[in-house]
Design a protein around this ligand. Structure first.
Ligand code: NAD
Ligand code: TYD
Length: 355
């Protein structure tokens, strides 16, 4: 079996669903259930014995050590993190605690467990750390995309905390020989994305008749990847990545924020036209820029393609249409998230299943 952290969040939950669709290997899912953790994301596998949910903190060494000893996983995949840049600007402390201190404690528990394994299991064990392209900082418009050897130049408390965790993971390989893998992925989008991030926020606000707040001039560029493509990349890196290596994962899909917002508006005009006949783009408003806002991210994903044969399956056109359709079809999920009712929903419908 595998032990995964942060599997009730956006990417982690997509990964658990994707994993169980491709494999019969059991997943132990350790998640603290912060505001971003939502067990409703996993409702479709509520009765699946291959999924064991445990509520807890990656920084709780007693808990992680006992889970590792009891379940003897062949791999640990670390998705758990505080992940929202704007929240890291308003309050960096949780980012330091979970992303740096929490990852350190998890590494310590994993190192101790790994040391108890027999030679073959030690050799085959993997610790896969899920990270971000934001650790590389911001690109000028004429610079080439981030390769794995690009210098780390994080600019926000979020990216600095992720960079620190990447360095710890690297050090545990070089110092202790722990067989680690790190993926640095670009911006994801897709189902179960918490509506504080750009794409789900725009869909949800548009449908509610609220303003669509674009930071600054809206010309900041991100390299968008549909979330199931990130999941397939992680599965591929876990299966065939070389221990100690990092792999950049991206969709070759750089777009300015304002273009993204217009694309979302255009899809909604087609799929759920406004009752007053007007265009959703009329709701776009410009707001003050994010402090320290990174101008451009772009991933050079050649290494993961050449070495491991991974390529994204979705284009932006197919992925964004699926995403908008998912939000239109899952309005109850949206309203539970917005009202906070997803937390009650967990207690009512899922509580007994939480082990
Ligand atoms: P998310 O915020 O949606 O989910 C994070 C999950 O981690 C939540 O379920 C939360 O409850 C859990 N968690 C937080 N602190 C914890 C702790 N101390 N112990 C246990 N669980 C804890 O984040 P996401 O967007 O799904 O991102 C997952 C990972 O992928 C993160 O490491 C993030 O840095 C990385 N990443 C995200 C993106 C993106 O576009 N969202 C891109 C590249 C990499
Ligand atoms: P976000 O989804 O927060 O991801 P990240 O900051 O990790 O890239 O933001 C994506 C881009 O969209 C980023 O350049 C900030 C911008 N943005 C807005 O313009 N308005 C918004 O309301 C939000 C949440 C983000």
């Amino acid at each position: 079996m595998i032990l995964l952290t942060g599997g009730a969040g956006f990417i982690g939950a997509n990964f658990v669903l994707d994993w169980l669709a491709h494999s019969d290997e059991t997943v132990i899912n350790l998640d603290k259930l912060t505001y971003a953790g939502n067990l409703e994301n996993l409702a479709s596998i509520a009765d699946d014995p291959r999924h064991i949910f445990v509520q807890g903190d990656i920084g709780d060494t007693l808990l992680t050590s006992s889970l590792l000893a009891r379940h003897q996983p062949r791999a640990v995949l670390n998705f758990a993190a505080e992940s929202h840049v704007d929240r890291s600007i308003h309050g960096p402390e949780d980012f330091i605690q979970t992303n740096i201190v929490g990852t350190f404690h998890l590494l310590e528990a994993v190192r101790a467990y790994w040391g108890t394994l027999a030679a073959e299991a030690r050799r085959d064990f993997r610790f896969l750390h899920v990270s971000t392209d934001e650790v590389y900082g911001s690109l000028r418009s004429d610079e080439p995309a981030f390769s794995e050897t690009h210098a780390y130049e994080p600019n926000s408390p979020y990216s600095a905390s992720k960079a620190a965790s990447d360095h710890l993971v690297r050090a545990y390989h070089h110092t202790y020989g722990l067989p680690v893998l790190t993926t640095n992925c670009s911006n994801n989008y897709g189902p179960y994305h918490f509506p504080e991030k750009l794409i789900p926020l725009m869909i949800v606000n548009a449908l509610a008749g609220r303003p669509l707040p674009v930071y600054g001039d809206g010309q900041q560029i991100r390299d968008w990847l549909y979330v199931t493509d990130h999941c397939s990349a992680i599965r591929r890196v876990l299966a065939a990545g070389r221990p100690g290596q990092t792999y950049n994962v991206g969709g070759w899909n750089e777009k300015p924020n304002l273009d993204i917002v217009h694309t979302v508006c255009g899809l909604l005009d087609e799929l759920r036209p406004r009752a007053d006949g007007k265009r959703y783009s009329e709701q776009i408003t410009t707001v003050a820029d994010r402090p320290g806002h990174d101008r451009r991210y772009a991933i050079d994903a050649r290494k993961v393609e050449v070495e491991l044969g991974w390529k994204p399956a979705e284009t932006f056109a197919t992925g964004i249409r699926k995403t908008v359709l998912w939000y239109l079809d899952n309005q109850q999920w949206v309203s539970n998230v917005q009202s906070g009712a997803y937390r009650d929903w967990v207690a009512r419908n899922y509580g007994e299943r939480v082990r």
